[in-house]
Ligand binder design. Structure first.
Ligand code: FE2
Length: 279
């Protein structure tokens, strides 16, 4: 089979076809990684993937990252993280409020996520879009003086800060805290496949530029998020059941959107693949 990609009428994202995620050879894998490095987001419709098949496909891209919140690991496959509003026997089967606010995945890890895979099993008829933006237009349009400064800057990425910004979330266990000490990444990173440089912003509530006061740091982050996430840089994915959506977190940010939780069930299986140390 040969991969074909049909770019969306958007600044990023493409529909992929001609690939069976359950039978990917080395050439397919290479083509998928290159397509992700160009289009940022790929969508494969009408997939039927067991958790084991989703995992096996994800593993072809690299080492699986376990999510910090172990209470939402899929019991039979803990590398699969469950996003859902479904409650069974009085217990949520997944994280009901995952992914709101623009971010890249797991930037607070020493080796942040390179690729994220979301497989939609139950998806609301309306709402719950996943919105994506490419970081490159904003990076390329930075004023020269700001760009020069950012080229030399490092930021702290902190899961503790992120968690503190979510008052509804359960307190972290000591083990969860130990798994997520603060890490430091450059504010402009290089894509390992294309060599292209782009802002690396993590999540607005977990990133703190070094060498600035708290107020200056917050103002800079707000300004960069505003530049990066303008509507003309985005694509909103409207889910259909059995969509497999995956993206390259090294230059793509994303954000969840709300849906009618009383009316619709949502069940998403997610896997994350660890990348390199940002440089
Ligand atoms: Fe995310």
């Amino acid at each position: 089979m040969t991969l074909t990609v049909q770019p969306f009428d958007a600044p990023l994202g493409a529909a992929a076809a001609g690939i069976d995620p359950r039978a990917v050879d080395a050439a397919d894998l290479d083509a998928l990684k290159r397509a992700l490095a160009i289009h940022g987001v790929l969508v494969l419709h009408d997939q039927r993937l067991t958790p084991a098949e989703l995992l096996a496909f994800s593993r072809r891209f690299g080492e699986i990252e376990y999510h910090v919140l172990d209470q939402y690991w899929l019991p039979e496959a803990p590398e699969v993280y469950v996003i859902s509003n479904i409650v069974e026997n009085g217990k949520p089967i997944g994280n009901p409020r995952e992914g709101f606010g623009w971010h890249t995945d797991l930037s607070y890890m020493p080796l942040p996520t390179a690729y994220t895979f979301l497989y939609g099993i139950e998806t609301p008829a309306t709402g719950a879009d996943t919105t994506f933006c490419t970081i490159y237009p904003a990076t390329d349009a930075l004023p020269a003086a700001l760009r020069d400064k950012l080229d030399t800057m490092t930021a702290r990425h902190s899961y503790a800060m992120l968690h503190a910004s979510r008052p509804w979330a359960a307190p972290l266990t000591e083990q969860q805290k130990a798994r997520s000490p603060d890490v430091f990444h450059p504010m402009i990173r290089t894509h390992p496949i294309t060599g292209r440089k782009g802002l690396y912003l993590g999540g607005a509530t977990c990133v703190q530029p070094l060498g600035l006061s708290d107020d200056e740091g917050r103002a800079l982050i707000e300004d960069l998020y505003d530049r990066a996430t303008r509507p003309e840089h985005t694509y909103a994915h409207q889910w259909r059941p059995h969509d497999l959506v995956f993206w390259d977190n090294r230059f793509v940010m994303h954000s969840a959107t709300e849906y009618d939780r009383a009316r619709y069930r949502r069940l998403i299986h997610r896997t994350s693949v660890r990348g390199e140390k940002p440089y």
